[in-house]
Design a protein around this ligand. Structure first.
Ligand code: NAP
Length: 262
């Protein structure tokens, strides 16, 4: 049995993670963490009446849970501290929270090496999204003109999404350097052309009713190619979280991107 702790348990992704963990034959929920919940035990929430799991409100106290794996679906402002805390306390972090900078990831990898504790930061845990990124990388070799449109629910805190940045990073590795659009192009409304990532443009859409979606659009003389992935339900992410927790419990290697485990 692998002992897991879920940080951000009362959020949209955290509650999907609780459902995944409680129904997984090899997982045991050792505790949950949120600084803001009033509960002492998870079963004080009527939807978890059968789950007598301690609720931790302080980061330092989570050590008492005896968790081997730390699942993090919190907020960009807390996720780095949580990840470093897990690593320094011998807990393998599996982090879905987005908003990490490349410098944050490097620092986390250094601490992982120093502490001999592995983990994962994955901007997207949906298997279809991983394939979408890989297909986009493959297409970018032949189509250097590309724009990324990511679409999310309107409570998402960071823009562009971690998936859009990861897609752009993967494309950057194979795409010939190029600034897209007309040489003299001018925005009459600032931001109209989206964010600039190495000459590629990323556009962020936020609307109620959406979950997580992305289109990668390629254009060339006389043809276009569109690669699209949709997460219609947060359950789409949980197969990837479970796979990572099973593969990385006890590991000493830190990864950025679920594709490294597939
Ligand atoms: P959410 O519903 O807003 O949940 C965030 C959770 O974090 C809440 O439980 C919140 O508690 C808690 N929280 C707030 N401040 C905190 C702090 N300082 N320390 C610890 N916990 C804190 O958000 P969500 O939709 O679940 O998304 C969570 C994260 O996952 C986001 O970064 C999102 O982009 C990311 N995400 C990743 C994937 C993926 O596949 N990697 C997929 C979807 C979303 P309160 O409710 O009590 O404030």
């Amino acid at each position: 049995m692998i002992e897991l702790l879920i940080a951000g348990f009362d959020g949209r992704m955290g509650s999907a993670a609780i459902d995944m963990v409680r129904h997984h034959p090899n997982f045991h929920l050792a505790g949950v963490y949120s600084p803001y919940s009033d509960y002492a035990f998870l079963n004080e929430d009527p939807q978890y009446a059968d789950l007598e799991v301690p609720v931790y409100h302080e980061l330092a106290a989570t050590k008492n849970a005896g968790a081997q794996v730390w699942i993090d679906f919190t907020v960009p402002a807390a996720a780095k501290e949580n990840t470093l805390f897990a690593l320094t306390n011998g807990i393998v972090p599996i982090v879905g929270t987005t908003g990490f900078t490349p410098e944050d990831i490097e620092e986390i990898k250094e601490v992982s090496k120093e502490k001999h504790v592995g983990g994962l930061i994955a901007p997207n845990f949906a298997i279809g999204a991983i394939l979408m990124m890989e297909f986009a990388q493959k297409a970018a070799k032949y189509f250097p003109d590309v724009e990324i449109i990511e679409l999310h629910h309107d409570r998402k805190l960071d823009a562009p999404s971690g998936t859009a940045i990861k897609t752009a990073e993967m494309i950057q590795k194979v795409r010939a350097a190029k600034v897209q659009g007309a040489a003299g192009e001018k925005e009459t409304l600032p931001g109209a052309r989206g964010a600039d990532f190495d000459g590629m443009r990323i556009h962020s859409v936020r609307l109620p009713g959406l979950v997580a979606h992305q289109e990668v659009l390629f254009g060339s003389a006389g043809e276009g190619l569109k690669i699209r992935h949709d997460s219609f339900d947060r359950a789409s992410f949980m197969k990837g979280v479970a796979l990572a927790a099973e593969k990385l419990a006890g590991s000493e290697t830190f990864f950025y991107g679920l594709e490294n485990l597939l």
